[in-house]
Design a protein around this ligand. Structure first.
Ligand SMILES: [Zn+2]
Length: 345
């Protein structure tokens, strides 16, 4: 008899929640993005109501029922105060801190399904890596390091079972907040939203640190139009991607710098996890917002700055690729972890 189970993934963001699902063989039910407001301002019950409704609508849309649900995964931004219990997250209301969101959501799903639904809770960036890992390694078991620079730096390591390194507090692979090698980068210590003052690599590789990076670069290029522009810092920073793709020298230098910093950090992480694959994701790799030429230059620069620090065997073996799932990766990854956990339990 065909296995008609599906596994649901819920990706909780500060403003929107995305739902995805995979079948028992791991293939996504759909690659269409299903998202709606998280409704965090309405409080805990409103959030859970919205999620259960979103799952119900998803099941209906794709011709499934609750009886098909074999398990569920929830991707949420860290930090956590205990597994499944929210800490103080930057993009969720403060009063959510201490909420055992995993237990409450599992209870609501089980009530709606009329049977126990096992829920796996994890860090959203790690779950994104799980979904991308399944694509790059296919039916193999190669381990995967993913780096996804966007507003912050998402990093994940996925092991030979397809599962992420979550750590004891679910903050495993929060590698964006490791220190950057400033002597190689030739940059001052940038501040980071996490509060650490050791120069987190996230500040040198993502949008979060661009205001500081642009300020340094404009001191070096005082004649650039942005130096005398009256636009807000935010607008200046957000104009850089477009400028780089039109060949602007300063913007190009900034993204080359970010790619160099990311490459060195990738090599640093390879000393620890020695992956078979490295996947680069995030907004800069999004085909909707960057050109092929831009993405190629970025990838080539990351790689060229990582490889000198590899061991010889790693230079031969490690395979590089660009992430493919974009915004859907975390919901699909959450669903996959639920599937993998069901398979071993
Ligand atoms: Zn930090």
């Amino acid at each position: 008899m065909a296995d008609t189970r599906i596994f649901i993934g819920t990706d909780c963001g500060g403003t929107t929640t995305k739902v995805g699902a995979v079948k028992a063989d791991g293939t996504p039910v759909s690659l269409k993005l299903s998202q709606r407001p998280t409704d965090a301002s309405g409080g805990r019950k409103a959030v859970l109501d919205a999620w259960v409704r979103a799952v119900e609508d998803y099941l209906t849309e794709y011709g499934y029922a609750w009886e098909n649900v074999g398990g569920a995964g929830l991707a949420i931004p860290g930090p956590f105060s205990a597994p499944g219990v929210l800490g103080v997250a930057a993009n969720l209301p403060k009063e959510f801190a201490g909420w055992d969101i995993g237990s409450d959501y599992a209870a609501r799903l089980s009530a709606a399904a009329g049977k126990p639904v096992k829920l796996t809770v994890g860090n959203d960036g790690n779950y994104g890596g799980v979904a991308e890992a399944r694509l790059v390694r296919g039916t193999g078991t190669g381990t995967v390091l993913m780096l996804a620079p966007g507003s912050g730096l998402g990093v994940a390591y996925v092991d030979d079972r397809g599962l992420p390194l979550d750590g004891a507090s679910l903050v495993g692979m929060e590698a964006g907040h490791m220190p950057a090698p400033l002597q190689l980068l030739g940059m001052p210590v940038f501040s980071c939203g996490c509060g650490r003052t050791w120069g987190c690599i996230e500040a040198y590789t993502t949008i979060s640190g661009l205001p500081q990076l642009l300020a340094v670069m404009l001191e070096r290029h005082p004649d650039h139009a942005l130096a005398s522009s009256t636009a807000s810092v935010k607008d200046k920073v957000l104009s850089l991607r477009g400028l780089a793709q039109k060949g602007d020298a300063l913007a190009t230098e900034i993204f080359d710098f970010q790619a160099r910093a990311l490459g060195i950090h990738a090599a640093s992480l390879c000393q620890a996890v020695d992956p078979a694959y490295i996947v680069i994701g995030g907004g800069l790799m999004d085909p909707e917002s960057t050109t092929e030429a831009f993405r190629s230059r970025y990838m080539d620069t990351v790689r060229a700055n990582a490889e000198p620090y590899f061991w010889p065997a790693q230079r031969e073996r490690i395979r590089w690729s660009q992430a493919q799932l974009g915004d859907l990766s975390q919901a699909i990854g959450a669903a996959l972890v639920a599937l993998y956990n069901a398979a071993v339990s």
